[in-house]
Write a protein that binds this ligand. Structure first.
Ligand code: DX5
Ligand code: ZN
Length: 233
């Protein structure tokens, strides 16, 4: 069974107030916050790294009485994902999503991530076929199907990625399947219908007048589709 998880991407937030932006999203009922780590090599952009995540964790401490609350979903768009596992774990990351394209040993990397106490997820870029995830799926906490070329917020959703999501959901009914890029009220119907349950949304949530309404709308679409498949937790 799976549940809807809405993960606003702070890439669309105000970087001078990242702690407040995380709190704002959790107050609006976000399940996770999505932290886009970019190194200027794997993608042509630079964002944040372990020192910022560590400061953010101090601003948004874990709540021991509610495990999984204030979850930091770290999307690692970096060339050498093995290198940053210990630092992201120490900084307070809860999940480490590496890119399949960036590693030679995905299974070894998953084990390393888990050894450091984080959940492990693998992302594929739009040009990467979904079947590379098959040998990995049993080891993963989540698969991420990118719906834009990684690197920048505010791009258009690629609906032609939805067959990858459908395929994964058919093969792995209980896997967390995330979509990232261009998600919002207009594009959630296609993503939810294909079977995605973890929705990253930057621009559509952060720029909304009422982010809580957008988060609720995204959640409602996912819940409805999961329920119709008999998969809603
Ligand atoms: C793109 C990032 C996304 C991005 C999504 O490389 O991985 O997380 O912030 O932003 P929107 O929702 O604006 O497309
Ligand atoms: Zn992302």
């Amino acid at each position: 069974m799976v549940k809807p998880i809405i993960a606003p991407s702070v890439l669309a937030g105000d970087f001078a107030q990242l702690g407040c932006e995380c709190h704002r999203m959790f107050k609006c009922n976000a399940d996770w916050v999505h932290l886009d780590v970019m190194d200027g090599h794997f993608v042509p952009n630079l964002t944040m790294g372990p020192p910022i995540i560590s400061s953010l964790r101090k601003a948004v401490p874990r709540d021991e009485s509610q495990p999984g609350k204030f979850f930091f979903d770290c999307h690692m768009m970096v060339a050498n994902p093995e290198q940053w596992v210990p630092e992201i774990a120490d900084a307070g990351g809860d999940q480490y999503t590496f890119h399949y394209e960036a590693t030679k040993d995905p299974v070894g990397l998953v084990k390393l991530i888990k050894k450091h106490g984080m959940k492990a997820a693998c992302a594929i870029k739009p040009g990467t076929p979904v079947d590379v995830l098959y040998p990995l799926a049993e080891h993963l906490d989540m698969a991420l199907v990118m719906t834009v070329e990684p690197g920048f917020g505010g791009q258009s959703f690629m609906a032609d990625m939805m067959p990858k999501v459908e395929n994964l959901r058919a093969k792995y009914p209980h896997l967390n399947i995330q979509v990232d890029g261009g998600l919002g009220p207009k594009t959630i119907p296609a993503a939810a219908k294909a079977g995605a349950n973890v929705i990253v949304a930057g621009t559509s949530v952060f720029k909304a007048e009422k982010p809580e309404d957008v988060i609720q709308l995204l959640r409602d679409y996912v819940s409805k589709e999961l329920e119709s498949r008999g998969l809603l937790e």
